[in-house]
Write a protein that binds this ligand. Structure first.
Ligand code: GDP
Ligand code: MG
Length: 593
């Protein structure tokens, strides 16, 4: 295809504003799929994504419109996948900015649109859902201009659901988004935009060719990884796979090259010709590192091998998630896993539970702390509170901080500001636009990983939106808080907290555990402690009778049933010395109140 007839664009939107629905419409209108082939949402592959409405893996579809080739790149919409979003945007010359006509501009819209502007994109605003009775397209048009600062006079008014405005959007893409540039005869430079594991094809790599040509049978080199591979397939998605002989400059498509592991095909790498390599890789490669860690343990110790296999399989498709074996006195054998963020954690946890049918205990999420040891003992990265060195060996501890942008209707602002304050937030900025406030805070990531997002949503009845990026490490007065049940430390419940908030956290934890741990035949003290010092304490009083007592002399089958029930319950319990803690108690205790 001649460069002048190619248009590469992505769709940016806040979650639920209609990105996937619009993508489906565009595919349908340009004949990519017959009506009957349209599943509810073509671009969202995995069941989980459909349910959560989140597009995790970027996918790209080649559309045909009035003699032009339009490459639509779907991007993940969540903060955890910010780097993938940035690579997808770097592969395009323009973006459709989809804004819900009833909701207006939200925090994620802002974060994504600013990234898009940074990539010099031509931005085409689309005001979607104009079919809704609550739609206020003109108000939203003004909001786009006031808040984002781009011209919205030509914004297309659309309904992805009812099919209004679809042709106008396609025409606007051709007319307004610039064609890509690039020299077909230059040494090959292609950006690795995404990669995923396919059981039939092996690792599939999505690329955007910048210069030169990618061909089937070509020997290519990954400039960051330093590996070479033979291309055995070149193609594109319409959205069905179509094989091609080559991909020229400006084109987006996929290749396969007998690669077995996605870790060898990292997003952002540059592909070049092994025989005639480019002098320099493309800019902006970044190795993504997990930022949130937690332990995953099987409820049933016999499931450990199954957990290992399942985790290994998931990792085939996701190089950004890490795992290594961990043993816990309380929970037995499991894995310490690293994630890009909390949502990433939840997705993996949910897939293990659902797709692999595993019952899991997840320990409290923790960030990575940097600890400077005394006497020139060097620096360590702490991924697990259980590995915290003795306090007198610690010179300083530093924790990661983020800058968060929160967008919230005025009426909820007070409670949101209090939430940020309680989480050690430092206010950086506060502005008002049309009944809503935009607050910028610096916050320790540690205070956000627990339940910040849930709190934010519930305090604002779902109206607040939130986005963040990391801003580096800062020293803090951080201590390890341990939990003791019947004088025994429960390692899985220990956490690193700021000294100023330790008592509140500790109190909350022991109070919750008191509610959650069933009574036993003896008294059980529950304590939160820092070092040897107890900072909070509760006691579970003893139970008088055992469950079968009331059946004595009576019905034998009823008694057996009760005992059976007890036995089943046991399978889900963890023993602490002489105390049994039900699995739900763990999960509930680990959720911050
Ligand atoms: P995404 O999260 O941005 O990909 O949003 P989706 O495409 O999944 O849409 C979120 C919800 O909005 C779904 O329930 C859609 O059916 C609905 N939706 C999308 N576009 C429209 C529209 O134009 N009108 C109405 N009424 N609903 C829409
Ligand atoms: Mg979607």
């Amino acid at each position: 295809t001649p460069l002048s007839q190619i248009r590469n664009f992505s769709i940016i939107a806040h979650i639920d504003h209609g990105k996937s629905t619009l993508a489906d419409r565009l595919i349908q209108r340009t004949g990519g799929l017959a009506e009957r082939e349209m599943s509810a949402q073509v671009l969202d592959n995995m069941d989980i994504e459909k349910e959560r409405g989140i597009t995790i893996k970027a996918q790209t579809v080649r559309l045909q419109w009035k003699g032009h080739v339009l490459n639509l790149m779907d991007t993940p919409g969540h903060v955890d996948f910010a780097y993938e979003v940035s690579r997808s945007l770097a592969a395009c010359e323009g973006a459709l900015l989809v804004v819900d006509a009833a909701q207006g501009v939200e925090a994620q819209t802002l974060a994504n649109v600013y990234q898009s502007i940074e990539h010099d994109h031509e931005i085409l605003p689309v005001i979607n859902k104009i079919d809704l009775p609550a739609a206020e397209p003109e108000k939203v048009r003004t909001e786009i201009e006031d808040v984002i600062g781009i011209d919205a006079s030509h914004a297309v008014l659309a309904s992805a659901k009812s099919g209004i405005g679809i042709d106008e959007i396609l025409d606007a893409i051709v007319e307004r988004i610039p064609a890509p540039t690039g020299d077909a005869d230059a040494p090959l430079k292609a950006m690795l935009v995404d990669s995923w594991y396919d059981p039939y094809l092996g690792v599939v790599i999505l690329v955007r060719v910048m210069e030169g040509t990618l061909k089937k049978g070509q020997q290519i080199k990954f400039m960051q990884a330093g590996t070479t591979h033979l291309i055995d397939r070149v193609g594109c998605f319409r959205p069905k796979i179509e094989q091609l002989t080559d991909l020229g400059p400006g084109e987006i498509g996929f290749i396969t090259a007998q690669i077995k592991d996605v870790a060898q095909a990292r997003v952002g790498d540059t592909l070049t010709d092994a025989k005639r390599p480019a002098a320099e890789p493309l800019e902006g490669f970044k190795e993504v590192q997990p930022v949130v860690f937690c332990g995953l343990f099987p409820v049933d110790a016999n499931d450990f091998e199954k957990l290992r296999e399942s985790i290994s399989k998931l990792r085939l498709n996701d190089a950004s998630f890490s795992f290594e074996m961990e043993t816990s006195a309380a929970l037995g054998f499991g894995f310490r896993c690293g994630f890009l963020g909390l949502l990433h954690l939840e997705i993996i946890q949910e897939r293990l539970t659902r797709e692999y049918d595993l019952d899991l205990i997840t320990t409290a999420p923790s960030v990575v702390y940097k600890i400077e040891l005394t006497h020139g003992g060097g620096q360590i990265d702490l991924h697990n509170p259980a590995d915290m060195p003795d306090p007198n060996r610690i010179e300083t501890i530093a924790e990661p901080w983020i800058e968060a942008t929160i967008y919230v209707p005025d009426e909820y602002l007070g409670s949101i500001l209090k939430l940020c304050q309680d989480r050690r937030g430092i206010q950086k900025n506060l502005t008002y636009v049309g009944g809503r406030a935009q607050a910028t805070y610096e916050l320790p990531l540690n205070e956000v990983v627990f339940d910040f997002y849930d709190r934010l949503k519930s305090l604002s009845k779902g109206y607040a939106s939130f986005d963040y990026h990391q801003i580096g490490y800062r020293e803090g007065d951080l201590v390890k808080m341990g939990i003791l049940v019947n004088e025994e430390p429960v390692d899985a419940l220990s956490m690193i907290v700021h000294r100023a908030t330790a008592e509140v956290r500790g109190r909350g934890m022991v109070e919750r555990l008191k509610e959650l741990i069933p009574r036993h035949l003896f008294k059980i003290p529950i304590q939160a402690a820092i070092g040897g010092k107890v900072i909070a304490r509760e006691t579970i009083s003893a139970m008088r009778k055992d469950v079968t007592a009331k059946c004595y002399g009576g019905d034998a089958t009823r008694k057996r049933k009760l005992l059976d029930k007890q036995k089943k319950g046991k399978a889900k319990m963890r023993e602490y010395g002489s105390v049994s803690i039900p699995q739900e108690a763990f999960i509930a205790a680990l959720r911050m109140g």
